[in-house]
Design a binder for this molecule. Structure first.
Ligand code: DC
Length: 228
């Protein structure tokens, strides 16, 4: 059957990557976590003390950044590489989460990331998650999903995830970070987070991972059958 593009956008910590990864595995598609690219760029900026309010510094720094995804057979998922270094783990830190929305709001950073994302989707057969995938990166995607969930549920989920890595993290910190990122991501000037008009909303507040997976997979199969 013809391969399609599946886009998954939505608020922070809605479980977009979990769903995207499961769908890609089931469909035998490539999974791309576009947020990881913005996180890796943020890591580079922080490590190299780049003043990202200075356009020339940003331009120069982007010229020194090479991003790549490599599939890890052991974990069965693709991992983010920044200039040939595996940064998949370090980019999940709260230190990165605190700055990434500011970096992702910079026009040149977005142009840099979007160009690479579009290249990755050229052959279709891809599931990509992020904030502007259905609206800007692949506006003609065959299947667009917009994910949402109650704030308290999202905070709880993200807290559990971060607490496993760092028991010093507090629920208050996680809550503030989520609210701040949602605000910046949806209010920025360049490609703000919004639902594409033709996206299907998936509210997973009361759904298990398995239920949401089956629901989304059903939508994709219907879309593929309809040949849309
Ligand atoms: O999905 P995530 O939490 O890993 O994304 C990290 C940040 O990157 C998020 O706060 C917003 C930004 N982002 C974006 O602006 N556009 C995307 N397509 C993906 C992520």
């Amino acid at each position: 059957m013809k391969k399609i593009i599946v886009t998954i956008d939505g608020w922070s910590s809605c479980g977009k990557s979990t769903l995207a990864r499961q769908l890609a595995r089931e469909l035998n598609y490539v999974y791309v976590d576009s947020g990881a690219m913005y996180r890796a760029i943020t890591l580079y900026f922080l490590r190299n003390h780049i003043d990202w309010t200075d356009e020339r510094e940003v331009h120069k720094a982007l010229g020194e950044i090479h991003l790549d995804f490599h599939f890890n057979e052991k974990t069965q998922s693709s991992e983010m590489y920044l200039n040939d270094e595996n940064v998949e783990y370090v980019i999940r830190d709260l230190v990165i989460a605190e700055k990434v929305s500011d970096v992702a709001a910079i026009r040149e950073v977005r142009e840099f990331a979007v160009a690479q994302q579009q290249k990755l989707g050229k052959k279709k057969g891809i599931v990509m998650d992020g904030r502007d995938i259905g609206t800007v990166v692949f506006p003609d995607a065959e299947m667009k999903i917009f994910m949402t969930a109650d704030n308290a549920v999202r905070v709880e989920r993200r807290f559990k995830e971060l607490y496993e890595k760092n028991p010093n993290v507090t629920i208050e910190e996680v809550k503030n970070n989520l609210e701040m990122r949602d605000y910046i991501d949806s209010h920025r000037e360049v490609s703000p987070l919004r639902k594409a008009d033709d996206a299907v909303v998936l509210d997973n507040t009361k759904l298990t991972e398995d239920e949401q997976f089956k629901l989304a997979l059903g939508w994709i199969h219907d879309r593929k059958k309809a040949g849309k």
